[in-house]
Design a protein around this ligand. Structure first.
Ligand code: F6P
Length: 361
């Protein structure tokens, strides 16, 4: 019986288990394949940690957040972190990963991940592995697909958080600054901000002018609105200013961890407007918990299509969403550049026409 492998790599997000669920069921029911799951992303491939996945192993996992296989955003076989007593070494253990792939007897590997995962997967393909990707990230910043799964769930969490912040902001007549994830793209901030009715939305694609943000908030006060909600993407920055970096993770593919711009924005708003201001960073809450129905369906469609791509031998591709359709997309398309919000996006127009300030006028 032919055998395939599956792993989840990079940051987790709601919907990974829905992909695994679809991969295992489709592979068994439609193609009678055997499946093994490598544990903790590429760490499982390098260190030969895996488990068999039978049909019953995936029953009931669809609503679960996280990933039953575990993940890692550090375990790159080409720069594999080895922790010595007093220092960190990054070793090329890609040949060990290739050996383990061969020993496991699989004919192809499905890699659920984002741009970092696809980059590693492509390099492993050059060493002879058969790989198919599945596009995952709450950030929705992968080129080649209209949406990634996990994004809708994150936006729902942000929306609920903004709804809750509204009532407390209103009661205390405060400015609430809420920081959301998204790396260098503002998709979560923009869509969560629109859905939650944010008064100001700051995104990486439009560097903001703090003076103008404060003027906007003042005008709201003058018009009788005694509170404001400011949604800030972690990757946003003032015009001519820098990103706020929370930490550098040396062993990670993307070493920069953003975070903290909301404190800068909150402090300046309080200083300039004299309005009482509070800051909330939603952080990893946006990645936890059960996927939305939309993400469960999208993740299942991606998982099922990934199995088809394996069976058809379309290696080096991932299933992407284009309109209503799921189509094969070369992984290279999602590696070279990130999908940020185009400045002519109708969503920006929508936000503006609902009176939301985007920090730039
Ligand atoms: O890419 C997903 C993401 O959640 C980003 O939005 C965020 O910047 C980053 O991962 C956080 O990474 P970590 O889990 O390593 O803190």
């Amino acid at each position: 019986m032919p055998k395939i492998g599956v792993l989840s790599s990079g940051g987790d997000c709601p919907g990974i288990n829905a992909v695994i669920h679809a991969v295992v069921k489709k592979a068994i029911l439609d193609y009678n394949l055997e499946i093994v799951g490598f544990l903790d992303g590429f760490e499982g491939l390098v260190e030969n940690k895996w488990r068999e996945l039978q049909y019953n192993d995936v029953s009931g996992i669809m609503p679960l957040g996280g990933t039953i296989l575990g993940t890692s955003n550090k375990a790159d076989p080409f720069r594999y972190p080895v922790y010595r007593e007093d220092h960190l070494e990054l070793l090329d253990l890609s040949s060990q990963a290739v050996d383990n792939y061969r020993k496991s007897g699989i004919q192809a590997l499905i890699c659920i991940g984002g741009d970092g995962t696809f980059h590693i997967a492509s390099r492993l393909m050059e060493l002879g592995l058969n790989v198919v990707g599945v596009p995952k990230t709450i950030d929705n910043d992968l080129n080649g697909t209209d949406l990634t799964f996990g994004f809708d769930s994150a936006v729902s969490i942000v929306t609920e958080a903004i709804d809750r912040l509204h009532t407390t902001a209103q009661s205390h007549h405060r400015v609430m600054v809420v920081e959301v994830m998204g790396r260098y793209a503002g998709w979560i901030a923009l869509q969560g901000g629109i859905a939650g009715g944010g008064d100001v939305i700051l995104i990486p694609e439009i560097p903001f002018k703090i003076k103008q943000v404060c003027d906007f908030i003042q005008k709201r006060i003058e018009s009788g609105k005694r509170f404001s909600i400011v949604v800030v993407a972690e990757g946003s920055r003032p015009e001519g200013g820098d990103l706020v970096v929370q930490k550098v993770v040396q062993e990670s593919h993307d070493q920069i961890r953003l975070g903290g711009i909301s404190y800068v924005v909150g402090r300046e708003i309080e200083e300039l407007t004299k309005l009482e201001t509070r800051v909330v960073i939603l952080g990893h809450l946006q990645r936890g918990g059960s996927p939305t129905a939309f993400d469960r369906v999208l993740a299942s469609r991606f998982g099922a299509k990934a199995v088809e791509l394996v069976v058809e031998g379309q290696f080096g591709y991932f299933p992407g969403l284009r309109g209503e359709e799921i189509i094969p997309v070369p992984m290279a398309q999602a590696i070279d550049s990130l999908k940020t919000i185009p400045l002519d996006s109708p969503l920006l127009g929508l936000a503006r026409s609902m009176g939301t300030f985007l920090g730039e006028e």
